[in-house]
Design a protein around this ligand. Structure first.
Ligand code: HEM
Length: 165
C-alpha cells in the first residue's frame, strides 16, 4: 500500500483515533460532573452512561483503530516491529484494554453497587479510582499522539516515512 491509498488510511486513522481520544476526554468530563456536582439520584442516572458510552462509541472506534493497526502492520512498509514507535503503539493499545475494561468500566460498576448499599459520598472518595483510570487512558493516548507525530528513533529518512516514497 502506497501513495494516495496510504493517505486515505492516514485520514481514517486520524479520524477514528480522534473520536477515541475525544470520547475518552468527554467520558472523563461526564464522570467528573457525576462525582463532583450531583446528588445520589443524579448519580444513578449519569453513572451507567459511562459504561454505555464506552460500549457505543469507544468500542467501535477502538476496534476500527486496531483494524487499521493490522493494515499498517501487514500491508504497509510501517510493519509491526520495524519501527520502535509503532511497536510501542501496539504495547500502549493493548495496555488500554484492561485500563478501560477492568479499570474504568469495572470500577464504575462496582461503585454503582457500593453506592446502592452504602450511599453516595461523591468527590474523589467515590470517584477517585474511576477518574484515575480515565486519566491514565488520556495520558497514554497523548503519548501515542506524540509518538505518531514525532516518530522518534528514526533510522533514516526513507524508512521513517514510507508514504513519501
Ligand atoms: C494499533 C495501534 C496503532 C498502530 C499500529 C498505529 C500506527 C500508525 C502509523 C503507522 C501511523 C503513520 C501513518 C503515516 O504517517 O502515514 C500512525 C499515525 C497516527 N496515529 Fe496511530 N496507530 C495506532 C493507534 C493509534 C492511537 C490509539 C492513536 C491516538 C490516540 C493514534 C494516533 C495517531 C496519529 C495522530 C497519527 C498521525 C500522525 C501524522 O500524520 O503525523 N494511533 N499510526
Amino acid at each position: 500500500m502506497k501513495g494516495k491509498t496510504l493517505k486515505w488510511l492516514r485520514i481514517l486513522h486520524i479520524v477514528s483515533t480522534g473520536i477515541w481520544f475525544g470520547a475518552t476526554v468527554c467520558i472523563g468530563g461526564l464522570s467528573a460532573i457525576c462525582f463532583f456536582n450531583q446528588n445520589e439520584s443524579a448519580f444513578f442516572i449519569i453513572a451507567p452512561l459511562v459504561p454505555e458510552l464506552y460500549r457505543q462509541i469507544i468500542l467501535p472506534a477502538a476496534l476500527f483503530t486496531i483494524a487499521q493497526g493490522l493494515v499498517y502492520g501487514f500491508f504497509t512498509e510501517w510493519g509491526f516491529f520495524k519501527h520502535r514507535w509503532v511497536t510501542l503503539k501496539w504495547v500502549f493499545t493493548i495496555l488500554l484494554i484492561p485500563l478501560i475494561g477492568v479499570g474504568a468500566i469495572g470500577q464504575m460498576f462496582s461503585l454503582i453497587d457500593k453506592v446502592k448499599t452504602t450511599g453516595f459520598y461523591g468527590g474523589l472518595y467515590d470517584g477517585g479510582v474511576v477518574l484515575l483510570f480515565i486519566s491514565l487512558q488520556v495520558i497514554i493516548m497523548l503519548i501515542m499522539i506524540g509518538l505518531s507525530v514525532f516518530k522518534p528513533w528514526k533510522k533514516n529518512k526513507k524508512s521513517a516515512s514510507p508514504h513519501l516514497i
